[in-house]
Design a protein around this ligand. Structure first.
Ligand SMILES: Nc1ncnc2c1ncn2[C@@H]1O[C@H](COP(=O)(O)OP(=O)(O)OP(=O)(O)O)[C@@H](O)[C@H]1O
Ligand SMILES: [Mg+2]
Length: 469
């Protein structure tokens, strides 16, 4: 039996050994007995028991010595000490040597069984906690970032390089690509990792709440401010502060944040005294901040202050080779969380998921996997278990194509019967720029699948054509 627990009993009184071994064997433990401490140590080092029951007072080597020697080798060893001397001293000493519990002779059978059960319970919780802590740590650490594609490997190299610097990092990337995960990974491998990682999402608070979250407030500074509140920038002391969706900051807070970052101190709402802070700043945005600066929607000075180290998290469609391993991981996570056995996935289903464009990136993939796991009864996820929009990409592709054709058609003056390719290119380029990218040239270039410089060249040409028709 593999899961049978082993108990080693060490006592110089033979009748005691016999009594305990019969009793514990009856309870299903596998038992070894020793009347000599030295032999017990030698055997224990070779074959470590799960539980050690030792008598304190023995000729030669004491039970406490046996315990401490074996615990050196195996810190998880449960040690229950039995003693005929009901002195507080030996009990205290026993606990110091790492005994889990002690019993005073004479004791009842049940007392020993209860002590063992209790110790096993505590040990289980300890192991679970440690496992949980390890999991949390690895989930938010660099090992928790899944991907073997070139863009991810390069990104993780950059993460390792910048982690231990104190410079401000600006993480850009589409929604759901893992920007927060990257920020946490930087923190977790930095020398600030033992200190807090705090953050706010600038888009999810009203102006005044966000100001008080960031910088704190003094009692009475506004209705409802019943006591002084420390700002999160200050509270993250020694650690990292994550400014998520930084593009959402309004003008006034952009100014206040800039001043705080320059002076490394904050002015709480309603306060007159600046308070220094010591947090490394990591900002994230799914908007193109540079374009916002160009459009005059974001202060250039704050942009430059944040963009000291730019990191870009690639969209999932640009690293689709990572999708199969992400799938496996998310399926495994789901089974771990629900206690169900992990499902397998057919080649066909995996391929369909890999070919999908994932506009919502990893978050969308995570959600789809969960949904599919919930809805799939069998032990295998097949193509038919996938949601419609993934199974029928041809429909959307065709739809998109029809959409493009009608867009081009609608842009032509009706008198042009058969447009030339140049005319089609021009009409479609201008259509995408205006209607799809809402004037954002970089986005338009991306949608058209051309370089930004190519787009600029074309636009210049169209402008010239207009001037000299
Ligand atoms: N490389 C990855 N490996 C494993 N899980 C990932 C990876 N990247 C992202 N995730 C998971 O995807 C989800 C979205 O990630 P995260 O919240 O970091 O994205 P985000 O870019 O901050 O999104 P948003 O812009 O919407 O705030 C999270 O559950 C995260 O754990
Ligand atoms: Mg985020």
């Amino acid at each position: 039996m593999d899961n049978q627990l082993s108990v080693m009993i060490v006592d110089d009184e033979k009748p005691m050994l016999e009594w305990l071994s019969i009793l514990l064997e009856q309870q299903g433990y596998s038992v070894t007995c020793f009347s000599d401490g030295r032999k017990a140590i030698v055997e224990g080092i070779k074959n470590m028991p799960d539980i050690l029951v030792v008598d304190v007072k023995m000729p030669g080597i004491s039970g406490l010595e046996v315990l401490s020697r074996l615990r050196e080798k195996s810190p998880e060893l449960i040690g229950i000490v039995i003693t005929a001397y009901s002195s507080v001293d030996s009990a205290v000493q026993a606990m110091r040597k790492g005994a889990t519990d002690y019993l005073i002779k004479p004791f009842e059978v049940d007392q020993l069984l209860v002590a063992i059960e209790k110790a096993l319970g505590e040990q289980k919780i300890r192991i679970e906690n440690r496992e949980l802590r390890r999991k949390i740590r690895s989930r938010f650490s660099i090992e928790g970032i899944i991907g073997k594609s070139k863009p991810i490997i390069d990104l993780l190299d950059e993460v390792r390089m910048v982690a231990d610097k104190d410079s401000t990092v600006l993480i850009s990337g589409e929604s759901g690509t893992g920007k927060e995960l990257i920020a946490r990974a930087i923190h977790s491998i930095s020398r600030r990792s033992e200190e807090p990682f705090l953050g706010v999402s600038c888009g999810s608070f009203s102006h005044s709440l966000l100001e008080s979250e960031l910088f704190g407030h003094l009692k009475g500074s506004f209705t409802g401010a019943h006591r002084d509140k420390e700002g999160l920038l200050v509270a993250a002391k020694g650690g990292t502060f994550f400014l998520d969706e930084v593009g959402e900051l309004d003008r006034e807070l952009q100014v206040k944040l800039l001043r705080a970052l320059q002076e490394r101190q904050v002015l709480p709402v309603g306060g007159t005294k600046q308070i220094p802070f010591d947090a490394r700043i990591i900002a994230a945005t799914n908007a193109n901040l540079k374009e916002m600066v160009d459009r005059d929607d974001f202060r250039p000075d704050l942009y430059y202050r944040l963009n000291v180290i730019p990191l870009h998290v690639p969209a999932l469609r640009d690293r689709s080779s990572d999708i199969p391993i992400l799938l496996d991981k998310f399926i495994e996570n789901y089974s771990e969380e629900t206690g169900e056995t992990a499902r397998s996935i057919t080649e066909e289903a995996s391929e369909a998921l890999t070919n999908y464009s994932w506009p919502g990136n990893i978050r969308e993939l995570e959600n789809v996997v969960e949904r599919v796991c919930v809805m799939t009864r069998g032990s295998e996820i097949t193509f038919d278990d996938l949601p419609d929009f993934i199974r029928e990409p041809t429909v959307t592709d065709a739809g998109m194509f029809a959409d493009k054709v009608s867009a081009v058609e609608s842009t032509f003056p009706t008198e042009i019967a058969t447009p030339t390719l140049d005319e089609i290119e021009k009409a479609y380029t201008l259509y995408v720029l205006e209607h799809r990218a809402r004037g954002q040239k970089r986005l338009a270039a991306k949608l058209l699948g051309i370089n930004e410089s190519t787009l600029y060249r074309r636009l210049e040409k169209y402008a010239k054509d207009r001037e000299n028709p």
